[in-house]
Design a protein around this ligand. Structure first.
Ligand code: NAI
Length: 258
């Protein structure tokens, strides 16, 4: 897969899955711009991309804010000259049972995870469509294919990403632009690990966080082991190169979902 001469953007690229995707795109030859709510970690990933001999840039953005997203895309076009590949990866997790869930919890998760993908995709398409080329990869989740307890609002936001992706893929299908959803399975970032992550919160009596992490991999995933940011990067590179794959929601989850 050759992405030489292409310019990519990864939102939430400062750490975790976004960072893994950014590095994979760079290794495949793309120049990769990094956007994140946290400008410092965006700079760290941008420096790693540059060490591979690719062009990069670090940009601060809040994907839930329309003005911030518009500014981001303007800045990227000014800095890089074009935008060929966009990975809308920024997202947040919030763990609450439906009984505990507040209206603010619902709004925050939907606004970052679902509206954020809409705002970014819309601004990216405005640049890609006139050029007749584009690859949009929206990061959903296995929770966008199957509901998880304590994650009803998160699942709703990730189901929304898949529906939105499939719909806009059809709107732009004849214009050289593909739009797909990438659905990570279980990846040991801060969303899963630590006392505040899912492994910490979903501990059984007497279990350590590490035990819980092991158990969830073994019981949830047919392959019995977690995926990595690098696994997500491999699919992102494929989707960035593929011409006739569009409107899909592809899971990298070791056999968990359909
Ligand atoms: P993470 O928490 O390690 O990284 C998320 C990144 O997004 C951070 O750099 C954060 O600063 C940034 N971000 C958060 N809110 C933002 C905003 N409003 N504007 C701009 N940037 C923002 O999480 P991780 O695990 O790397 O997740 C990345 C994506 O993958 C998310 O969309 C998540 O929902 C999804 N995912 C993760 C899974 C996992 O097992 N870790 C499984 C399935 C999906």
């Amino acid at each position: 897969m050759e992405l030489n001469g292409k310019t990519a953007l990864v939102t939430g690229g400062g750490r975790g899955i976004g960072q893994g995707i950014a590095m994979a795109l760079a290794r495949a030859g793309a120049d990769v711009m990094i956007a994140d709510l946290d400008a410092d970690i965006a700079k760290e990933t941008a420096t790693e991309v540059e060490k591979l001999g690719r062009r990069s840039g670090a940009f601060e953005v809040d994907v839930s804010d329309p003005a911030s997203v518009k500014q981001l895309i303007d800045n990227i076009v000014a800095h890089a000259g074009q935008l060929d590949i966009a990975v809308n990866n920024a997202g947040i997790l919030n763990i609450r049972s439906v009984a505990e869930l507040s209206s603010d919890d619902w709004d925050r998760v939907m606004t970052v995870n679902a509206k954020g993908v809409f705002l970014c995709s819309q601004a990216e398409l405005a640049v890609m469509r006139p050029r007749g080329f584009g690859r949009i990869i929206n990061v959903s989740s296995i929770a966008g294919k199957v509901g998880f307890p304590d994650l009803s609002h998160y699942s709703a936001s990730k189901f929304a990403v898949i529906g939105f992706t499939n719909a806009i893929a059809k709107e732009v299908a004849t214009e050289g632009v593909t739009v797909n959803a990438l659905c990570p399975g279980i990846v040991g970032t801060g969303m899963w690990r630590g006392e505040e992550g899912l492994a910490g919160r979903w501990r059984q009596e007497g279990e350590t966080e590490a035990d819980s992490w092991e158990r969830h991999q073994k019981t949830l995933l047919p392959q019995g082991e977690a995926q990595t940011p690098e696994d997500m990067g491999q699919l992102a590179v494929y989707l960035a190169a593929a011409e006739h794959v569009t409107g899909q929601a592809i899971a990298v989850d070791g056999g968990f979902s359909l």
